[in-house]
Structure formats: structure tokens, C-alpha cells
Design a binder for this molecule. Structure first.
Ligand code: ADP
Ligand code: PHD
Length: 455
């Protein structure tokens, strides 16, 4: 029994939805599908999720919402028209949006309820389309599926007891279940979305809940590549990658699969296939618990994510100060800020934080002044515009010379390494670099580690 998730790029218009229907009808093992909201139809297009966010912004700013609402309804209408579905569907969608806009008073709950509508409407529409193809399809809402999540808008986490509810989906007699991705329901009955890209998370949760034999994630690429295809033309195609390697790469920019989606799958050892809706005959990349390592390919991929700030401080005899780290972390906690990494030396420590957590400059300035007051460092330095570069591969473990190859490749591209970190497992290295060096760093590394694979 498979669970298949179709991303926004696979459902952006009626002709994409027809391809999805052909894939599902051609594979009798697919009994449950999880769907995203319509994505971009062309490169400058806007995803429906972003249109819904714009609708929310207009509403809270007191700007007239007529055009923003019509644009969303028109996206669905163009799909229902081409699929020859009833106009009543879009009338219902509009009424749901108007009802939410009118009745949900708290801003963060309104934003999540609107965002969730993108996948919710698409699931209703797709179930209706399958019925016209004589497939006994049923739309199942996350509420009906029992997907209970934390009451944390935009950052839902599944309450683990939900798996007992989700398991009951196995008892449904319909040929096909169609479930909207991206959101669950909190115990207080609010609609709460996962982080952006979170339909992958729903798919993974459903796959685990019904003990699927495989989770197929359909997108617009046939493989996971060793480097972002926007930077390297025709990069090396990964055939198999482990959950651990993918976790590291997805954390830092391999947007093809959400890092939070790996956890439910690896717990139950459910393999993931990354597949392309536009090239369904290609098998794609498999994410698994273990793989064979090719000694010629010690590194499986490089990813780099922008938007980090570091706070570095120096104090003589720092290593002797009991409770030092605790005090810094307490200051961050006071501002509700989480940190990503904390590379350190004998007398200095750096704290790397996602810059998006600072609201304006205010909280950063306040944090710095608290650190100066409470920790009394000899100097403190703030660096904005940092990127984190990850070099990942199980083949690096116990291999002499990989760091030399990495640092030489970066030096040849004139990339200054600001900080570095390697875990004891040796399958992942992290370097903090300046954001301007993101592209040259990936180019240099790709040349060093993969040029022998290009024929
Ligand atoms: N290493 C990588 N290999 C393949 N695709 C990648 C990689 N890193 C980022 N991507 C991007 O991920 C995109 C697919 O993810 P996403 O836009 O979320 O798709 P969907 O809308 O189908 O969920 C691809 O179009 C590609 O640009
Ligand atoms: N539609 C949501 C969730 C999602 O997973 O979308 P996609 O499958 O297009 O990445 C978003 O844009 O964040």
C-alpha cells in the first residue's frame, strides 16, 4: 500500500491534474493521496498559498479584499472549468473564505485558516474530478483523519496519539482517499498549518499512520541532485540517499523534500521515492535507512542556506567560567529566540541564529545589550548575511583528506570560511560563509567532488 503526495507544481493547473489522475489510475497500490495547493504554472507565477497570504495581509491592513479574493477564486475556476466540474464547487470555496474572513478574529488563526484553504479546496476539487472518472474517491479532511496538532500557528507539530486515529483510514472502503496537506486541527479546534512546504509532512504522517509500504513524493524533478539545480547545470543524480544524509541537506536548502517530513518515515523505516509527475516512468531517487557507499563518491551532496546572523564573543578564561553557556542561552530564551549552532574556541563562542527571528533590529540590539551587561565579554561581534554550507556523505567517515579537498576547493574560489563544525559521526560538515560566496562555494565543491562523474 502506497501513499503518494503531489506537490503544488504537480497540481498547478488542469493539465497537471490530468497527469496526476493518470499516475494514480495506473498504480493500483496507490490508495491514499495527499495534495498541495496549486503551485506556479510558470516561473513568475504566484502560488495559491502566497495569494492566500496576500488576501490575509489586505484584510488585516484594512485594504479592500475584492481583487485578492477574486484572483484566488479565478485560479480554481480555471481548473474546474477545464476539468468540467460543477461551478458550485467554486461558489462553496468563496463562501468558506468569506466565512473565515468574517468570523476568525485572532490574526494568526485567521492566517492559518486562509493558508490551509489552498490545499483543502484542491483536495475537494481533485476528489470530485476522480469521481467523474468513475473512481470511488473520497475527500478526507485532517479533522476527519484525526490529525491533531499543537496550537502553534505556522509551526504545527503532530500530537503523537494522532497515529491511532490515522490508522483507522485503513478501514475506509473507498478506492481512493484524497487528503489535503499542510495542516491539522488543534485540540482547541483551530486550523493550524505546518511550516511552508509542509504538505510533505502531512504525506509522511499519513504514510506512517497507515503503515504504508512506500511513500511517493511527486514533484517537478526526477531526482534529488547533489547540488541545487538552480546553481549547477545538470548536476549528479542521486539514486539512493539515507534519511540522515537527507536530513542534513534538507535542513540547509534542498527544498525538494521537507526536513520535518523525514522523522515519521525514518521511525518506521518507510522508504521515500522522489518522483516527477511530468516523467512518471523514471524511478527517481530513493531515501532509505541504509545504502551502499561508492568509494568514488564520498560526498553525496552540498547545500547552502542563506539568512543567518552570528553573535561572537570573546572573554579571557571563558573555559573556566561555570554556567557561562547557560546564561547566554537564558538571554536568548528571554527573547524567545532559538539558535542553530554554537561553534566555540577556548576563549570565544559564536551563536548562529536564523536572522528571520529578529523582528526589525530591536530584539538583536536588546540581546546584545543584555549579553554585554550580564556576561561582560572583552569584545562582541555581530555578523549578518551569513550562509551555512553543508557537505554531506556517509562515505566521508574515516576517510583521510576530505577536509583538505573541501578547504582547497573553497580557497580556489576565494571563499573565506568564517566558522566550521564537524560532528563526531563525520558524515556532515558545516561551514559558515558570507552569503556573497554561496554560489562560488557550491561551484567549487561540485567541480572537486563530481567532475569525474560528468562524461
Ligand atoms: N538538490 C536538489 N535536487 C532537486 N531539486 C532541488 C534540489 N534542491 C532544491 N530543489 C528544488 O526543489 C523543487 C521542488 O520542490 P517544491 O518546489 O517544493 O515542489 P512541489 O511544489 O512539487 O512540492 C525543484 O523544482 C528544485 O528547484
Ligand atoms: N502550499 C504550501 C505547502 C506545500 O507543501 O506546498 P508545495 O508542495 O508546493 O511545496 C506552501 O506553499 O508552502
Amino acid at each position: 500500500m502506497k501513499v503518494a503526495k503531489f506537490g503544488g507544481s504537480s497540481l498547478s493547473n488542469a493539465s497537471q491534474i490530468k497527469k496526476v489522475a493518470a499516475i494514480v489510475q495506473g498504480d493500483k497500490d496507490i490508495k491514499t493521496i495527499v495534495v498541495s495547493a496549486p503551485g506556479k504554472r510558470f516561473s513568475d507565477d504566484v502560488k495559491v498559498t502566497d495569494l492566500l497570504i496576500a488576501l490575509y495581509s489586505n484584510k488585516v491592513a484594512g485594504i479592500d479584499i475584492t481583487d485578492a479574493l477574486e484572483e484566488i477564486i479565478e485560479r480554481y475556476h480555471s481548473i474546474t472549468k477545464e476539468l468540467e466540474l460543477s461551478d458550485e464547487l467554486v461558489v462553496e470555496f468563496k463562501n468558506i473564505l468569506l466565512d473565515r474572513l468574517e468570523n476568525i478574529k485572532q490574526h494568526d488563526y485567521l492566517l492559518d485558516a486562509l493558508k490551509s484553504s489552498g490545499e483543502d479546496f484542491n483536495a475537494r476539487l481533485i476528489a470530485a474530478y476522480f469521481q467523474t472518472l468513475n473512481v470511488d474517491a473520497k475527500y478526507v479532511s485532517p479533522r476527519e483523519a484525526g490529525m491533531i496538532v499543537t496550537d502553534t500557528p505556522g509551526e504545527a507539530r503532530l500530537i503523537p496519539s494522532s497515529y491511532k486515529n490515522i490508522e483507522k483510514l485503513k478501514n475506509y472502503k473507498e478506492e481512493l482517499l484524497v487528503i489535503p496537506g499542510f495542516f491539522g486541527i488543534s485540540e482547541d479546534d483551530n486550523i493550524i498549518t505546518f511550516a511552508r512546504g509542509g504538505s510533505d509532512i502531512t504525506g509522511a504522517i499519513i504514510a506512517r499512520g497507515i503503515s504504508a509500504s512506500i511513500y511517493e513524493n511527486f514533484t517537478d524533478e526526477s531526482h534529488i541532485y547533489a547540488a541545487h539545480p538552480g546553481i549547477i547545470d545538470n548536476p549528479y543524480k542521486i539514486e539512493e540517499i539515507t534519511y540522515k544524509e537527507m536530513r542534513e541537506l534538507a535542513y540547509a536548502g534542498f527544498g525538494i523534500f521537507h526536513d520535518e517530513a523525514l522523522e515519521p518515515l525514518y521511525q518506521e523505516n518507510i522508504p521515500v521515492m522522489i518522483r516527477n509527475t511530468n516523467e512518471p516512468d523514471i524511478e527517481g531517487t530513493k531515501i532509505v535507512a541504509e545504502r551502499e557507499i561508492d568509494p568514488d563518491i564520498p560526498v553525496i551532496g552540498f547545500s547552502c542556506d542563506e539568512g543567518f546572523t552570528s553573535i561572537s564573543l570573546h572573554k579571557y578564561l571563558l573555559n573556566k567560567e561555570v554556567g557561562f553557556t547557560k546564561r547566554i542561552l537564558q538571554i536568548l530564551e528571554d527573547y524567545n529566540i532559538s539558535y542553530e549552532h554554537m561553534p566555540s574556541g577556548i576563549d570565544d563562542v559564536s551563536i548562529i541564529i536564523r536572522s528571520s527571528q529578529f523582528t526589525g533590529n530591536e530584539s538583536l540590539d536588546n540581546i546584545i545589550s543584555d549579553i554585554k551587561q550580564q556576561i561582560e565579554p572583552e569584545w562582541i561581534e555581530i555578523e549578518k548575511d551569513l550562509s551555512l554550507l553543508f557537505i554531506v556523505g556517509l562515505g566521508m567517515a574515516r576517510q583521510v583528506g576530505t577536509v583538505k579537498r573541501v578547504t582547497t576547493a573553497l580557497a580556489e574560489k576565494n571563499v573565506n570560511i568564517r566558522m566550521m563544525n564537524q560532528g563526531s559521526t563525520e558524515y556532515s560538515m558545516m561551514f559558515a560563509i558570507e552569503t556573497k560566496d554561496h554560489v562560488p562555494a557550491i561551484e567549487g565543491l561540485f567541480k572537486e567532488f563530481f567532475s569525474h562523474t560528468l562524461t
